[in-house]
Design a binder for this molecule. Structure first.
Ligand SMILES: CC(C)(COP(=O)(O)OP(=O)(O)OC[C@H]1O[C@@H](n2cnc3c(N)ncnc32)[C@H](O)[C@@H]1OP(=O)(O)O)[C@@H](O)C(=O)NCCC(=O)NCCS
Length: 142
């Protein structure tokens, strides 16, 4: 398994992987090709891919506001699960974010997602049961 940053040439594979992993994404909003192109241009290091035989099998998208670093849209191809790929993606994500001065690493996880909750716990993340996520959106597609 090789880990490297994604380029816009990987966009098709990225969408395919999220679909295979049944991870909700926003093809008309922040995950459109146009939006991802702009995000990659601004932060080329923040799109991390895990490859097996040059085939994309895992992904994590990072974001950082200088106060905290976020691990978003983490997904692993169902055929390649329980091999430690997500764990390795998280470790590499933290390494990248540390270079931006980040010392707090976060992820938003839906309550039903036992696999993801276990994964982050295993990686040393603490669950905050007392926090409820609020957001305001210009549209549901964004
Ligand atoms: C969650 C997900 C990314 C895990 O990927 P993975 O590469 O299989 O995870 P890893 O092999 O690195 O697992 C590390 C640890 O996480 C936990 N874990 C992973 N999958 C699990 C599962 N299905 N059930 C329970 N615990 C799980 C285990 O503790 C595991 O360690 P172990 O295999 O030694 O028991 C993957 O299942 C996935 O893509 N799910 C769909 C998309 C998704 O929900 N993404 C997260 C959004 S927040």
């Amino acid at each position: 398994m090789e880990m490297r940053k994604l380029t816009i040439d990987n966009y098709g594979e990225l969408i395919e992987l999220w679909s295979k992993a049944r991870l909700p994404f926003k093809p008309k909003g922040r995950d459109s090709k146009k939006a991802i192109t702009a995000q990659m241009k601004a932060n080329p290091e923040f799109f991390l891919g895990a490859f097996a035989n040059n085939h994309l099998v895992g992904v994590a998208i990072l974001s950082c506001d200088m106060r905290k670093g976020w691990i978003n849209r983490l997904a692993v191809d169902p055929t390649y699960r329980r091999l430690g790929i997500a764990k390795a993606l998280i470790a590499e994500s933290e390494k990248i974010l540390r270079r931006y001065g980040v010392k707090i690493f976060c992820s938003l996880i839906e309550d039903y997602n036992v696999a993801s909750k276990n994964l982050f716990k295993k990686c040393g993340y603490v669950e905050h049961r007392d926090i409820i996520y609020f957001s305001k959106r210009d549209s549901d597609e964004i």
